[in-house]
Each structure stands twice: as structure tokens, then as C-alpha cells.
Write a protein that binds this ligand. Structure first.
Ligand SMILES: [Zn+2]
Ligand SMILES: [Zn+2]
Length: 383
């Protein structure tokens, strides 16, 4: 079958000879992929920053598909169902899944103490093949996959597998109180969605910070927020203090993760020399610009490797840090309703629809931030 094939950092190709997935466990399903996104976090894999990313891997944890085969134990899905597949692979039975902590499943990844299973996200996250392919194997098929309502546009559905639930959970974890000033670092799809969702929790002011003008312009319109370029506001921490009576923001959201720009030392140590697990500049800014007793909510991706964090400021300011992989399935019913009611319009963030055969170009465009790219959807030839 046709699938994306990782050949090493900055080298991916569309490969027509990738093996088709098969049922490996009675609870598996096989889906024919209808849409598959490239995520900002796929770029961490593409750039070679995630440990144990093996050649021959297919990335892709944001996909929807049609069920073409089910294992003998699958009860809820049948052939022909069109499903959105959450990026978390969760068993549904362990102590964490029982608390709906689907991103922290203890059964789906041999490295479970570090992270739960994730489709197409290296052997650190379980070594599962991803959905940037014509077909994908979906383990625990009765747990995560959710039938797409008839009325729902598939472009909205595919964004409910990660972008919307992660942006929403970023705002949810931030514990926003009515009237709060919320600062979101990173105007990628997740940051934009977090800014949009912050209003749903009662934010009084939402500020987004990035370095790419086209994304800031889009964010300002889409999320109805203030948008600032960190190259033109001086020190972002000082800037936020000047905006908040010197107190700092009530809430800061890190939607950047381990490839943050804006600080030469962090870039050098974390991304060139790999002496720490990526660059933590956005997290520094979040911790240093939130008010005393404020909350920092982290949904940017960091690996299970040490990174320099100003922990003294966390302690002395009494900051609460809340972080997790989004438990996609937990919030899906609510988010589906928000899409139905027009409160959220996920598909508006899609800027590129690219045939899966051109996956190498798609990664290049997204990685280099060319052509106004915000969100790319890959379309398999069989879709
Ligand atoms: Zn993603
Ligand atoms: Zn579990």
C-alpha cells in the first residue's frame, strides 16, 4: 500500500510498497484512511528530535477512516463505519483509562511509565504505525474510535482526533476564571485552538504570541484574540507584565513544546547540541510571565528527557503547572456538540490539502512554514 516512510531526519517519502496492516489482536480493527493530518508534533519526529524514531516508520496520529475489518472481540464497530480515531491508543481497562486519562494508558506502550501509546510516534510511544497511509491498524478498537455523525464534514472530524481536544484541554487545564487574562505561546493549530477555547471558559482577555506574522494574523481573526510577534515586542515577559499592571498573566499556555525559538542559548543547547531535551524557551516565558499563584498549562510536546526549566520561579511564585497529553475521547461528546452548534469551526484552520503521494513536499512545506501553511491534510488516493 501507499504510506509515508521515514528514512531519517528531514527525509520522508511516499512509498507504494509499505506492508498492509493486518489484525494482530482480537480487539484490533483495520481502517481505510480517508483523511490524515500532519501535526506540528510530527515535525519533532521529522527533525530527528524524538528518541527511537526508526526508519520504516509511518507517522500520523490524526486520522479518520472507514472500518474495513474487525477482530473477533470487537463489539462496537462494524465494517463500513466511518470513525475518527483519537491519537491516544488506550486499553480502556487500566487504572488510568478508568479515570478517562486516555493519554496515560498503562497497557498500550511497553514504555508506559514514560508515555501512553500514540499512533505513528516512534518506539518511545509504542512503535505503532501511523495513519499517513492508505490503511491503518487500530488497536483496542472499541475504546478510542468514535463514529462520525452523518452531518459532520470529514475535515472537521479529522481535527477532532487531536487539534481540537488538545487545544480545548489546554484551556481546561488552565483553570481559567471569569475575566482572566490568558496568554498562549505558539500560534500553530493547537495554540490557535487553545486561544479560541479560552473564551469558552470565561477568559476576559486572550493574547497569543508567536514569530510568524501570517499565523498571528490568522489567529487574531480565527480566535478573536490579540496577537503579538515576539520579535517586535521586546522581552515577552516584560511585555506581558506591562499589559497586566506588572502582576503577570493569570494563566499561560505553552502550545509550543521542544522546538521553541527566541533564545539563542536554548536553541543551541536543545536543538543543535542536544544537551537538553529540546528548547524550552516558551516554557521559560510562560513560567516567568504568569502571575504569582497563576497556572501554567502545557500541551506542547516535550520528550521524556531532562530539560532546563526555571523551577525556582515555579516554587517561589507558587505556580501550578498542569500538563498532559489530551485525553481525546473524554471531551469528544462535548466537542462534537460545539461543532454541531457552530461554536467551533475546526476546518477553517486547514490551509493545505495534499495528495498522499506528495507527502515529502507536504512535510517540507510545513517544516519550512512556506506558503502560509497552518494545517495540512493528506488525502490518500483511495479516499
Ligand atoms: Zn497532533
Ligand atoms: Zn489503559
Amino acid at each position: 500500500m501507499l504510506a509515508m516512510n521515514f528514512r531519517g531526519p528531514f527525509r520522508v517519502r511516499a512509498d507504494r510498497n509499505m506492508p498492509e496492516p493486518r489484525i494482530e489482536h482480537p480487539e484490533d480493527a483495520i481502517v481505510k484512511v480517508l483523511r490524515s493530518c500532519i501535526c506540528g508534533s510530527d515535525l519533532h519526529l521529522y527533525h530527528g528530535l524524538v528518541p527511537d524514531t526508526r526508519t520504516g516508520s509511518t507517522f500520523g496520529h490524526e486520522f479518520i477512516g472507514e472500518v474495513v475489518e474487525v477482530g473477533p472481540s470487537v463489539q462496537k464497530l462494524k465494517v463500513g463505519d466511518r470513525v475518527m480515531v483519537p491519537f491516544n491508543i488506550a486499553c480502556g481497562k487500566c487504572a488510568f483509562c478508568k479515570q478517562e486519562l486516555y493519554g496515560n494508558c498503562h497497557e498500550s506502550n511497553p514504555m508506559a511509565t514514560a508515555v501512553g501509546g500514540i499512533f505513528g510516534y516512534s518506539h518511545t510511544a509504542g512503535g505503532f504505525q501511523g495513519g499517513q497511509a492508505e490503511y491503518a491498524r487500530v488497536p483496542y478498537a472499541d475504546v478510542g474510535p468514535t463514529v462520525i455523525p452523518d452531518w459532520m464534514d470529514p475535515d472537521d472530524a479529522v481535527l477532532l482526533t487531536d487539534v481540537v481536544p488538545t487545544g480545548y484541554q489546554a484551556a481546561e487545564m488552565a483553570g481559567i476564571q471569569k475575566g482572566d487574562t490568558v496568554v498562549v505561546f505558539g500560534a500553530g493549530p493547537i495554540g490557535i485552538m487553545a486561544a479560541k477555547c479560552a473564551w469558552l471558559f470565561g477568559a476576559g482577555r486572550v493574547i497569543i504570541i508567536d514569530e510568524l506574522e501570517y499565523r498571528l494574523e490568522f489567529a487574531a481573526k480565527y480566535a478573536q484574540c490579540e496577537a503579538y510577534n515576539f520579535h517586535s515586542i521586546g522581552d515577552p515577559v516584560v511585555f506581558i507584565k506591562t499589559q497586566t499592571d506588572s502582576l503577570g498573566a493569570d494563566v499561560c499556555i505553552d502550545a509550543v513544546g521542544c522546538e521553541a525559538k527566541g533564545n539563542m542559548m536554548n536553541t543551541l543547547l536543545g536543538m543543535k547540541l542536544l544537551l537538553q531535551g529540546g528548547s524550552t524557551t516558551a516554557l521559560h516565558w510562560a513560567i516567568n510571565s504568569v502571575k504569582k499563584s497563576g497556572i501554567v498549562s502545557i500541551v506542547g510536546v516535550y520528550g521524556p528527557i531532562d530539560a532546563l526549566v526555571p523551577i525556582g520561579n515555579v516554587v517561589n511564585k507558587g505556580i501550578t503547572i498542569r500538563a498532559n497529553q489530551a485525553a481525546v475521547k473524554r471531551n469528544l461528546p462535548k466537542l462534537i456538540e460545539h461543532v454541531r452548534n457552530g461554536i467551533l469551526n475546526p476546518k477553517e484552520i486547514i490551509t493545505h490539502r495534499i495528495p498522499m503521494e506528495e507527502v515529502a513536499d507536504a512535510y517540507h512545506i510545513f517544516s519550512r512554514k512556506l506558503d502560509g501553511c497552518i494545517k495540512t491534510v493528506l488525502i490518500p488516493p483511495t479516499a
